[in-house]
Each structure stands twice: as structure tokens, then as C-alpha cells.
Design a protein around this ligand. Structure first.
Ligand SMILES: [Zn+2]
Ligand SMILES: [Zn+2]
Ligand SMILES: [Zn+2]
Length: 450
């Protein structure tokens, strides 16, 4: 489950980010630390969140990769590739001939004879005299010019901007050319201010919502993708699934944070991608709120809208505490194999469902439908209804029976469907059931009940 979650869902990381949001840790800066593997560490951060130097560096990097922290080059650390010592001295030399006999200074060119040398070479008793042709230099820009501050090699007369560098290791005495030296960049990290409001929501209400769902037996994925029936790829802020034993409930959760009320277009888009992905349980969190028009659309489309005050009720006041009984039951329950109706009822009840037999439901067409069983469970986020149909015959159950069941569930707006087929389904009926997302429990025979 953990790999589906973002780094800031880790308690330690969240603690660091909270401190950054509050300003008590404005920046995580590296400190030189020859004892550590990297050569530097973040002792303040490691102490605050109780992580090793390596873990701290890895977390900071992953937060920077997510764009939550901004990183700035703090320092470059160099190591001897032979012995990994940081105790290095630069040795400068001529990039042309490799000689160490080089000097830095203002470089002049005597335009009369084209001699180029450092100012020191021209200086003679307080005057500038060309060491080659022995003439005195008079006017800058006329008979001589300055090439700026450069290096000159006294062995090969090469003039250059930057000397080449080799590194001498004080520990093992080896000499390494600059391009062969081991280089590690150390960065300092600070909060990306553009992410402040977003992060506040992520660490606060959203983190609590994820926990709320997990405590109720959901597996939660963040920024989860689903391939829709149309072939389009959709992303949901949260996708929560809960294995009910007979089927898996899925909830798409969208989060819309906008400067003003969330409008119809956003709600429409969310509904559209949930529909295309075949997900019927929909929750949309709207911050700071929602327009009347969008709210009407949401209620017609059975999208549960949570405004900040609703979230507060859920998460802070915990109006739907998880039942210890149901969490325990989930750990112990083996997968369900159908034997009898009574057993199915007991099974669903042990999973926290309220189960009724021969339930009448009025459909949107106005027709009244009867379901063999209706299992209902309200876990605070979503009210689940599972329609259970029981078909028993001497021969495999045909398409028309499955079609009728699917049709009345559709008319009753019940997306979670379980069909018990004794002794089984015809191939045609089975294909249809699969396409309509009906969970089929087949059994050779019903065990006698009562
Ligand atoms: Zn040289
Ligand atoms: Zn000259
Ligand atoms: Zn060395």
C-alpha cells in the first residue's frame, strides 16, 4: 500500500514539512561532515525527524523531485577517487604544456613588435619597456594594449584564461586531473512557496482523509490512473477500494481547490471520467464551496459533495468512528465461497452490512422492484447497497434472467450487483454479466437451509 502514497504521507517527512510551513525550519542546509558517507549531512533535520543522514538526504531529494521543495546548489564536494579523502589541494598548470611555471597578471601586447607578456615583464625602473624590442611603451591603445588579467606560461609562452587544475591528495599523495575527480553536489532545500496552500491541505485534511479511509479497511491510491471504457486515461486524486469479500467497492475521490466556488464544468468533468472508468461511488471535495447549479448536478449524478465544514465533521469530530469489530473481521475473513443463502447473509453481516430479504425498491422509472437480498452499509463516506439476486434452476441460467436482474438494479440505481446462479450461467449470460460488472457466485447446488 505504501508505494501508492506520496513521500509526505510518511509521518517523519510530514513533520519536517509542517516545520517548514510554520517557519521553524526555513531551510535544510548541508553541513560538512567527513564522517558521513556523502561527506555532508543535515544534522538539524535528522535530529528533528529521527532519520539517518542517508535517509534525510534521500527524502529531501524526493521532495525536490515532487516540486515541493526548491533546491539550490550549496557547495560542491570533491573526493580523491583513490582513497575517498576530501583533503585535496589544487595544483595549477599550463593547459598547453602542463608546466607549473605560470603567472597571473595584467597581460600587455606591444603592438609594434607583437610581444605579449605580463605587466611584470614590461616593468623596468617604474617604466613600461618591451622585453623583446627594448622600446618604451607610451600610450595605451596606441602603441600597446591590455588584454586583461590572464595567465601566462613561462615555459611555452601560452596565454590563457584559466589554468588547468589537478588535485593532489594530502592523504594518499595521488594526483588526479580535474575531470577524473569525484564530485558531489550538496544542495540546500527550502519550501516552494507556490506549493504552500496546496501542501497545507495535503498535510492537514487530505492526510487525515487518507487515514480515515485506511482505518475503515480501504486501500488508498493517490493520483491513481484508470483506463476508461473510451480508452482515455483518467487520473483521480484518490482512488479508494474496499474488498467486501463478494465484490470490491471502488470510490473515486476528486479534490477541487479554487479561488472561488467550484463550478459545473469541474463537477461535470469529474463525473464524466468516473463514468468512463466504470466507478459509481463518487466523492468530490470542493474548497471553498460549490455553486448552486453544480450542486444540483452533483446530487442528480449521486456525487457526494464534501465542503470544508463536512470534512471537518468527518475528520476532526470523527462522527463515523471505525468499528473495532469490523476491522478485526476483515483481517480474519477468508475469501467467500457461496454455499447457502443463510451463509451469505451471515457473511455480509460479519462484514458490517445490514442485510434484508425480499426488499422492494422503487426505481427511477416508477416501477417497483424486488431483490432477494439487499445489503447496506454506511461507512461515513459512502452508503453502499449491494443488490443480490438468486437464480436457481435445473439448467444453467440464461441471459434473460441476468438481463432482468441487471435492468432492475440499474433502474434502482444500485451499481454493486451480486448474482447467485445455481447451477451456473450459460456462456452468453456469463459474458453479459461480466460486461455489466455483475459479480457471479456459481454453485452446483444450494445447501438446504433451515
Ligand atoms: Zn606551457
Ligand atoms: Zn616590442
Ligand atoms: Zn587519496
Amino acid at each position: 500500500m505504501a508505494e501508492h502514497l506520496k513521500p509526505w504521507r510518511n509521518e517523519k517527512v510530514a513533520k519536517l514539512l509542517e516545520a517548514m510551513l510554520q517557519g521553524s525550519v526555513p531551510e535544510a542546509s548541508p553541513q560538512l561532515d567527513p564522517q558521513s558517507e556523502l561527506g555532508f549531512s543535515f544534522p538539524f533535520v535528522s535530529q528533528l525527524i529521527h532519520t539517518t543522514d542517508k535517509e534525510t538526504a534521500a527524502w529531501l531529494e524526493s521532495l525536490a523531485a515532487e516540486g515541493i521543495l526548491e533546491k539550490k546548489l550549496f557547495d560542491k564536494f570533491l573526493y580523491c577517487p583513490q582513497c575517498h579523502s576530501m583533503n585535496l589541494r589544487p595544483v595549477y598548470h599550463c593547459p598547453n604544456c602542463g608546466s607549473g611555471d605560470i603567472a597571473r597578471g595584467r597581460v600587455l601586447e606591444h603592438l609594434v613588435c607583437k610581444y605579449v607578456g605580463t605587466e611584470d615583464e614590461f616593468l623596468l625602473r617604474g617604466k613600461l619597456v618591451c622585453p623583446k624590442c627594448k622600446q618604451e611603451l607610451h600610450t595605451l591603445g596606441a602603441d600597446y594594449r591590455s588584454l586583461g588579467v590572464l595567465y601566462k606560461c613561462y615555459d611555452c609562452t601560452e596565454i590563457f584564461n584559466q589554468p588547468a587544475i589537478r588535485w593532489r591528495c594530502i592523504k594518499c599523495s595521488s594526483i588526479t586531473p580535474a575531470d577524473k575527480i569525484t564530485e558531489v553536489n550538496a544542495y540546500s532545500y527550502s519550501l516552494n512557496e507556490e506549493k504552500r496552500n496546496w501542501l497545507g491541505f495535503e498535510l492537514g485534511p487530505k492526510s487525515r482523509l487518507v487515514k480515515f479511509l485506511q482505518e475503515r479497511g480501504y486501500e488508498v491510491r493517490e493520483n491513481a490512473t484508470a483506463i476508461g471504457g473510451s480508452g482515455a486515461k483518467h487520473t483521480f486524486d484518490l482512488l479508494a477500494s474496499r474488498d467486501a469479500g463478494v465484490l470490491v467497492h471502488q470510490i473515486a475521490i476528486g479534490i477541487e481547490i479554487s479561488p472561488k466556488e467550484v463550478g459545473l464544468d469541474k463537477v461535470f468533468d469529474f463525473d464524466d471520467k468516473a463514468y468512463d472508468s466504470g466507478i459509481h461511488h463518487k466523492v468530490l471535495i470542493v474548497i471553498p464551496g460549490i455553486t448552486k447549479e453544480a450542486s444540483r448536478f452533483a446530487s442528480r449524478q449521486r456525487i457526494k459533495i464534501l465542503e470544508p465544514s463536512d470534512l471537518e465533521a468527518f475528520l476532526v469530530h470523527n462522527i463515523f468512528p471505525p468499528l473495532a469489530r469490523e476491522t478485526e473481521a476483515e483481517v480474519e475473513k477468508p475469501p467467500f465461497h457461496f454455499k447457502s443463502k443463510l451463509e451469505l447473509i451471515n457473511y455480509l453481516q460479519s462484514r458490517g452490512y445490514e442485510v434484508k430479504e425480499n426488499v422492494k425498491v422503487k426505481g427511477r422509472s416508477g416501477m417497483e422492484h424486488t431483490f432477494d437480498l439487499l445489503a447496506t452499509r454506511d461507512d461515513g463516506i459512502v452508503v453502499y447497497n449491494i443488490a443480490v439476486g438468486i437464480e436457481v434452476s435445473d439448467n444453467p441460467i440464461k441471459l434473460d434472467r441476468v438481463f432482468d436482474f441487471d435492468d432492475k438494479a440499474y433502474d434502482s440505481r444500485i451499481p454493486d450487483k451480486v448474482l447467485i446462479a445455481v447451477p451456473g450461467l450459460t456462456r452468453e449470460a456469463s459474458r453479459f454479466a461480466q460486461r455489466q460488472h455483475i459479480t457471479v457466485l456459481e454453485a452446483k447446488a444450494m445447501e438446504p437451509t433451515e
